[in-house]
Design a protein. Structure first.
Lengths: 412, 412
C-alpha cells in the first residue's frame, strides 16, 4: 500500500527481463542446508580447509598498508594491470602463444564473465547450444538475456557431435539464429564428464561451419586427478578467434575473493570491457591485488598440487562409498578432476521430490533436473565431494543409499 | 584472420546491446592523465590521503585469519548478512523507519546498483527522465539497457518541476512509455547542485501521478559541508514504495573495496536479487566483511566527520581560486557537499576541444558535454576538488584560468 493510499502494481513497472528472470536452483537450496547435522553434498563450494588463510591475510594487510593505490583506489575496468599481465605470462606457454592484455578481462567471478559474454553476444531469441546437463549459473545467465537454450546430448566423452549438428540444423530450418555453444569441457559441472580431445576439434569445426562463438567455461581446469587430465587442450587454444574462455581463482584460492578472468578475441573483449564499465566499473581492487600477489609470489603454484591430492582423495572416497551403498542398477560418473559426480538412479525416481526425505535423513544433494534444459534428468543427482570431509562423505553416501533403497522398495 | 584462413566479421556475432554500448567518457580520459605533472581536476576519485589504511589493513588481516567463513567463502547474493542488518540499523533512524533486510541489497559499487535497477525496470525504448547535466555512469547504465534518455532542466534548486511535467507529457503524447526519473539529489555529480526540499516532495507527486519509479543515487550523502545539508530528506523516505535508493561506501571508506548498497520496495529488491545472482552471484565477500567491520567497530562514524572538513577545505580553496582566476562572466556552482563544481565559461567555448590545450598547460578537467543527454553543455567543465591537494587545486585553477583567458581572447 502506498503512502497516499494507492497501491502500486509492480508488475506494471518491471521490465520484460525482470518478469522472465530465472533463479539459480542451487542457491535457492542454500537456506535449507543451514542445519549443521545435515551432510551437504549439494554446494559446489571449495573446502575452507584448504584456503591459504595465513598467506592471504598477510598479503591483504601489506597490500592495503603499502600498495593502497592498487588495493583501495578505483582502477581499470579490465582489471589490475599487473594481474592481467601475469595472466598473459601464465597463458602463453599453455596453448595461447599470441594472447595479449587486449584479450583479457578480470571479472567478479566466472558468473560475471558468463553474464557479460552473453550480454554482448545474444539477442532475445538467439539459440545457444548447451550440454545436457549443464551448469546452472551458465543456464541462468543465458536465460536472463533472453536466449533460447537448446540441450545437446553428452556421453562419457562429452558433447555428442552428431546431436550437436542435428540440433543446429533443426533450429536453423526453423529460421532461428544459432549463435553460441556453451561448454564446460573439463570435469563438467554437474556431470563430471571430460570432453574428449577429438571432440574438441570437431566442436571448433562445427563452430566454423556455422559461424558460432564457443563459450568455454573452465573453472576446474587446475583441479585434475591424472596426468592425462593435466594436458587437455582448451578449445580456445584450437581456435582463439571463435572462443571466449572463462576461468577463475574461486576454486584454487577462495571464492569469496570473486576474481575470475576471461580470454576473448580482441573485438569481443573490447565490447565486454565497455559492458563491464556499465555493470560495475571494475571488480574489487583489493581482491585483484591479493590474487596478483598470490600469482607473483608463487603461492598459487605451491598451493594447487596439494588441492589436487586433497580433492582426489575425496573423489575416491565418494566413488568407493557409492560402490558400497548405491542400490543395484545405479550409475555414476568417475570424474578425472573437479568437484562433482552425477548419480543416476536405477529406475524412475524423482530426485527433486526425494530431497526433503533425504534432508530429513541428514543428507543433501542437488536434484539433477535443474541442470537439464530439456526437462529431463529427474532421476539424477549432483553429488559434490568438494566441501565435506572424507568421513562425512562416507556417512552422507550411506544415508543417501538408505534413502534411495527405501524409496525404490516403496515404489515397487 | 582465422586459423583456417576465413575472416570472422565480429559484428555478425555481436548482440544489439553490444553494438549500442556506450563508453564512459570519464574513464576514456583516464589514460591521458597518467603524466604526474598534470594537475587533474578530472576524476571523481576520493583522495587516498584519507583512506583509513591502517585500520582497514588490520581488519582485512584478522577477518581472513579468523572469520574466513564470511571473508573467503561463497555467500548470499543479497550481501554479507551482518552488513545488511547493520544497514537496517543505520537507516531506521534516518527516515526509513520500516526498512527491513528484504529491502536491502549490497552491490559491487553503485554502478552495479544502477545497472541492476535499470535491467529490472527498463525495456528498450522506455523513457527515463535525467537531470541536465547528470552522472555519466548513470547515463551509461540507462543507455546500455536501451532506455530513451530525456533531459530535464536543473536550476540552483535542482530539477525544474515544470520542465519535468512538460517532458513527461510530451513523451506520453508521442505514445512512449515513461518509466523512471533518475536523480542525484545531493551535491550532484557533476553540477554540485542540491535538490531543494519542496522539489523532493513535488518529484514524488509527479511520480505518483504518472506511476513512475524514482532512482535516487546518493553517493555523496555523508560528505556535506553545512548543517542544512546534513538534514536533507531522501526521496526514498518521502515514499519508499516508489524509490530505489542507491548509496555507497566508495566515498567514505575506499572505492577499491567496491561495496555499495541499495534500498528498494520488496518486490523490486527481490527481482534485483535474482538479477544479481545471474550477474555475479555476489560481490566480494572480503570487501563486505571489511566494510561490516568498519561499520560495527565505529570506524565509519569516527572517520566521516574528518572527511567533511577535509573536502570542505578543498571546496573553499577551489571556489576562492575560481574567484581570483576565472575570466569575467564565468559562472560556477558552490556545492554544499560532495566533490564537484560545474564551471560555465562566459561565452561560446568548446570545453572538449580545449582539453588538449589544458592538458598541455598541465591541468585537466572533464568536458561537460558528456553529462548533458540533450547535447548541450559544450561550454561547461566538471572540476573535481576531491583528489588533488589544496596547493595543487590553486595551481590547477590558475593554469585553467590562463588557458581560458587565452582561448577567449583568441576567439574574439
Amino acid at each position: 500500500m502506498n503512502i497516499d493510499g494507492t497501491k502500486i502494481d509492480y508488475d506494471d513497472v518491471l521490465s520484460e527481463v525482470a518478469r522472465g528472470l530465472k533463479q539459480n536452483a542451487i542457491r535457492k537450496l542454500t537456506p535449507l542446508l543451514a542445519r549443521p547435522e545435515i551432510i551437504s553434498l549439494a554446494p559446489g563450494a571449495p573446502s575452507p580447509d584448504v584456503f591459504p588463510k595465513e598467506e592471504l591475510a598477510d598479503m591483504a594487510s601489506s597490500l592495503i598498508r603499502d600498495r593502497w593505490f592498487s588495493a583501495l583506489q578505483y582502477g581499470p575496468t579490465r582489471g589490475n594491470s599487473a594481474l592481467v599481465h601475469a595472466l598473459v605470462d601464465y597463458l602463453q606457454p599453455r596453448g595461447f602463444p599470441s594472447v595479449s592484455p587486449a584479450n583479457i578481462l578480470v571479472t567478479t567471478g566466472s558468473q560475471q564473465g558468463l553474464d557479460l559474454a552473453t550480454r554482448v553476444l545474444l539477442d532475445r531469441g538467439d539459440v545457444v547450444l548447451v550440454e545436457l546437463p549443464s551448469y546452472i549459473g551458465g543456464i541462468v545467465a543465458l536465460h536472463n538475456c533472453g536466449a533460447r537454450l537448446v540441450g545437446v546430448r553428452q556421453d562419457d566423452d562429452g558433447i555428442v557431435i552428431e546431436d550437436l549438428r542435428e540440433k543446429i540444423d533443426h533450429h536453423r530450418r526453423l529460421g532461428q539464429r544459432v549463435k553460441c555453444i556453451y561448454t564446460i569441457p573439463n570435469f563438467q559441472n554437474p556431470s563430471g564428464v571430460t570432453l574428449a580431445s577429438d571432440r574438441r576439434h570437431q566442436i571448433i569445426e562445427v563452430a566454423r561451419e556455422h559461424n558460432l562463438i564457443v563459450i568455454e567455461d573452465d573453472p576446474y581446469r587446475d583441479i585434475y586427478f591424472s596426468e592425462d587430465a593435466a594436458s587437455l587442450t582448451p578449445l580456445a587454444a584450437i581456435d582463439p578467434t571463435r572462443v571466449i574462455y572463462i576461468n577463475s581463482f574461486s576454486k584454487i584460492l577462495a571464492p569469496g575473493l570473486r576474481v575470475a578472468w576471461l580470454v576473448a578475441p580482441e573485438p569481443i573483449a573490447a565490447k565486454i570491457e565497455i559492458a563491464k564499465e556499465g555493470a560495475d566499473l571494475s571488480s574489487s581492487q583489493l581482491d585483484m591485488a591479493i590474487v596478483n600477489e598470490a600469482m607473483r609470489s608463487g603461492l598459487v603454484d605451491r598451493h594447487v598440487p596439494g588441492l589436487r591430492r586433497f580433492y582426489r582423495e575425496k573423489r575416491d572416497v565418494m566413488i568407493r562409498a557409492l560402490e558400497q551403498n548405491a542400490p543395484a542398477g545405479s550409475a555414476w560418473t568417475t570424474p578425472a578432476g573437479g568437484f562433482f559426480v552425477l548419480y543416476r538412479a536405477p529406475e524412475a525416481l524423482d530426485a527433486a521430490a526425494l530431497l526433503p526425505v533425504a534432508i530429513e535423513a541428514g543428507v543433501a544433494y542437488v536434484p539433477g533436473d535443474a541442470f537439464f534444459v530439456d526437462g529431463s534428468g529427474n532421476n539424477t543427482m549432483r553429488l559434490a565431494f568438494c566441501r565435506e570431509t572424507p568421513e562425512k562423505i562416507i556417512e552422507g553416501i550411506k544415508r543417501l543409499g538408505q534413502v534411495l533403497r527405501r524409496d525404490l522398495e516403496y515404489s515397487r
